[in-house]
Ligand binder design. Structure first.
Ligand code: FEO
Length: 403
């Protein structure tokens, strides 16, 4: 029988899910959460009753009600805060006030961050190698600094062999089913890819370090319980998501192209379409996206998935069109690697747009084998051919890199 997210759900002998689904959130600090999200929190019923993470502030009562369906919340002895970003700690003040826990554990940076957000809550700082006995089992902490905040850590509970992985291996997905094996794999892959691209890509190198270091901790992991989205309970699924993370983190070039553009009077759109035609003519899959219709987190997902990224915009008031500046600022922060880039645009007179896009790509470390193309007012047949040919050459270049 499948579990649903509507009540507290027992996920292992001693562990209960007591989090909350946020079905209708669509803007998660600028990330378009097309399928909502969830804030997973877990209750360990051991001799020391322990709450692992909390939820976003408005969901604190809902979480406490779920706890109450299993045990009197005031019986919680310990709280572990694996990650102090407010989607997991916002409910803490209400929980702490109700529960009055004996101890709260967080990383060294987490203790400072929680104090900055909520004042002194008497947090005990822990680090990699520290363990705390809670009765039948022990909690072991592993610092995962900068995955994705300085405070981030994961906690392993040996009695049930579960890893509470906070944001890592999660995704923004509210659903009625609890377990990853109850969802379609292509949906999970899409949401995991989007989540990684937009939340974790900046620290991709640290993901590889963590994946390489994990076997050294000798943890017998039977379940991975992230703070967002479905939970991983089968060896096959755990290996699948760990493998996907390695693939995402490696950022090897893929034979796929993104052409993202802004347009005022369709001139840049014509250039974008011609470039895409050229890419397609070389046999490379291409995705066209007008920034007026696509949010930046969706664009970043395509950037992460594409070996060739082309950006085009008109010049407006001597600047690249503002939507393009927004997208490039966001993408640059997430530091995509191993990309071939291309800049293009249209202008009426001064024509700074394409050059500025090219400069942004250079600042990102994106290789640009072709000089940017800029046209005045509306591209003519010759100019359209030139950009079509550039698209074909760059796609061929990408195919060579993907070999
Ligand atoms: Fe889900 Fe980084 O918070």
């Amino acid at each position: 029988m499948s579990d649903t997210v509507f009540g507290a759900v027992q996920v292992s002998e001693h562990v209960w899910w007591v989090g909350a689904a946020d079905w209708n959130v669509r803007n998660f600090h600028g990330y378009l959460t097309e399928r909502g999200s969830s804030y997973n929190a877990f209750l360990i019923i051991d001799e020391k009753v322990t709450l692992i993470d909390a939820v976003k502030g408005p969901f604190a009562k809902e979480m406490l009600d779920r706890v109450a369906s299993v045990i009197d919340p005031e019986k919680i002895d310990y709280i572990v805060s694996n990650h102090s970003e407010p989607d997991h700690s916002g409910g803490l003040p209400e929980v702490v006030s109700r529960v009055k826990p004996e101890k709260i554990f967080a990383s060294v940076a987490g203790a400072k961050t929680l104090a900055a957000y909520y004042g002194d809550m008497g947090v005990t700082a822990v680090k990699t190698g520290d363990t705390v006995s809670i009765g039948k089992g022990n909690l072991a902490f592993v610092d995962t600094k900068m995955l994705h905040w300085p405070d981030s850590m994961v906690t392993y509970y040996d009695a049930d062999k579960v890893l509470f992985s906070q944001d890592a291996f999660g995704m923004h997905l509210a659903g009625s089913m609890m377990w990853a094996d109850e969802y379609d794999k292509s949906l999970l892959e899409y949401e995991a890819r989007k989540y990684f691209a937009n939340i974790i890509n900046l620290q991709a190198g640290k993901v590889i370090d963590l994946l390489d270091a994990l076997p050294g901790f000798n943890l017998d992991i039977r379940m991975v319980l992230p703070d967002h989205g479905p939970l991983w309970r089968t060896a096959e699924d755990i290996n699948w998501i760990l493998g996907l993370y390695r693939e995402f983190a490696e950022q090897k070039p893929r034979p796929r192209a993104l052409v993202a553009y802004s347009t005022m009077w369709h001139a840049t759109e014509k250039l974008a379409t011609a470039f895409a035609e050229g890419v397609r003519s070389a046999g490379v899959e291409v995705h066209l996206a007008d920034l007026a219709e696509n949010d930046r987190s969706s664009i970043m997902t395509h950037v992460a998935y594409s070996g060739l990224i082309a950006f085009g915009a008109p010049t407006m008031n001597n600047q690249m069109y503002p939507a393009m500046a927004d997208a490039l600022c966001y993408i640059k922060g997430l530091r995509p690697k191993n990309k071939i880039g291309f800049a293009f645009g249209s202008c009426g007179w001064s024509g700074e747009g394409a050059k500025q896009i090219s400069a942004e790509l250079e600042a990102m470390g994106v290789e640009q084998p072709e000089k940017f193309i800029q046209v005045k007012y509306m591209p003519n047949a010759e100019e359209l051919k030139a950009i079509r040919d550039a698209g074909k050459r760059l796609a061929e270049n990408l195919l060579e890199k993907c070999k």
